[in-house]
Design a protein around this ligand. Structure first.
Ligand SMILES: [Zn+2]
Length: 144
């Protein structure tokens, strides 16, 4: 459900122009990133079958289970990082558009992020999107 909320926000044309979310689009399209160093920095995304073909063609080797596992790890980490940046972007925007609200510091994993929201409950939900997108929060409704 949390990802639906973020997806809805992404449908806003103004946001789409101001903030690009390539990981979010790849995730919704069930694409994964090539985990090889020369590819991951350029965020080359593929469907699962396409990644195996990409390994044969570009890297001249068969994709292993470890390669796929590395790909999922990169996707979660990069998607989480992207979501954190997006949360910061939306928080800044909310200070201008919301009639009321406050900044709340949320800490986790040695990092502190300031999130703007109406109350702590709303801020906790927003931070939950980061946890979900980075793979740290398990869902009970599917594989994502
Ligand atoms: Zn590659």
């Amino acid at each position: 459900m949390a990802s639906v909320v973020m997806a809805d926000v992404d449908e806003d044309n103004a946001n789409r122009e101001a903030f690009s979310r390539p990981l979010h689009k790849a995730f919704l399209a069930n694409k994964v990133v090539c985990p090889m160093p020369q590819c991951v920095q350029h965020k080359l995304f593929f469907e699962n079958n396409g990644l195996a073909q990409h390994f044969r063609m570009a890297h001249k080797k068969q994709m292993t289970d470890q390669d796929l596992s590395n790909s999922y790890s990169f996707m979660k980490r990069m998607y989480g990082e992207e979501t954190l940046k997006y949360i910061s972007y939306l928080s800044e925007k909310s200070t201008k558009t919301l009639a009321s609200g406050s900044w709340f510091d949320v800490s986790g994993e040695g990092k502190v992020i300031s999130i703007f929201g109406q109350d702590p409950k709303e801020v906790a939900k927003i931070y939950g999107m980061f946890l979900l997108h980075s793979g740290k929060l398990k869902t009970y409704c599917g594989s994502k």
